[in-house]
Design a protein around this ligand. Sequence first.
Ligand code: ADP
Ligand code: MG
Length: 290
Amino acid sequence: ATPMAIMVGTEKAAQFGILLKNAESLENLHNIQTIVLDKTGTITSGKPSVQDVVNFTDQSDADFLELAAAIEQGSNHPLAEAITAAANGDLAQADAFENISGKGVKAVIGQKTYYAGNRKLMDQVGIAIPEKAETALNDLAEQGKTPMLFADEKQVLGIIAVADTVRQTSAAAIAAFRQQGIHTVMLTGDNAKTARAMADRVGIDEVISDVLPADKEAKIRSLQEKGQFTAMVGDGINDAPALVRADIGIAIGQGTDIAMDSADVVLMKNDLTDVNTAIDLSRAVIRNVH
Ligand code: ADP
Ligand code: MG
């Protein structure tokens, strides 16, 4: 495209709240064959809240929730923030705290060690998941909620499920991608059942779940190796390497600074339908030259 067409297109995009950081992205947006979308914070609003408390201890649900919040206090993960927001009272201070990337957290409170996280975390530390917990995990995930397991050194104490609202325009954007023949993929660290339930709700073609933060980039690379011109939309620190790797990286404006720094395009209105607008602009810019 001519420099003039690029300038006009970039300005037009800016009017829609679409920040284009380079001319290449404007020229290439119409070539997207596969679009990979992060789940939490991208398709959803990224502000989950507690939905269910499944308590296997003999303390009250409120006390169990307080313990869970004390364990999660050191984490700034949205899942942890949902739990601390739901708990009342003064939280016990942790003596030690550790993030276990893509799996959960470990906290020492008083003389006891606690774990909060997913199945992978429980496997890693050798805590068995009893039948009643399995049943709850499955039921909650099938409802599209994210269940988290809480355990001490020996056993599972309970499950807390959080859920996030789908952004209002996500389904419309995804429908428009499909209409243009673009293959849609959801890429998430969340479990397969939760991810599939959410994907079905918004019309996503393919789900890649249980992805550790370090592996998101490799998943993009494997799509590219199939010959697909691949865009990635994300918001989190976890998404940054994948945004860089993608042929076009697109960040949610409300996301983390590192995601925005790593992207070619920033959606200032946090609206996925602006990707469709950007693709239309790209096509218009290219049409001008030919
Ligand atoms: P996402 O791509 O969905 O943002 P993450 O890699 O951040 O995924 O997390 C993957 C999974 O690890 C979560 O769905 C959750 O099960 C578990 N997890 C991560 N952080 C925490 C936490 N602070 N407390 C409990 N579980 C967590
Ligand atoms: Mg995210």
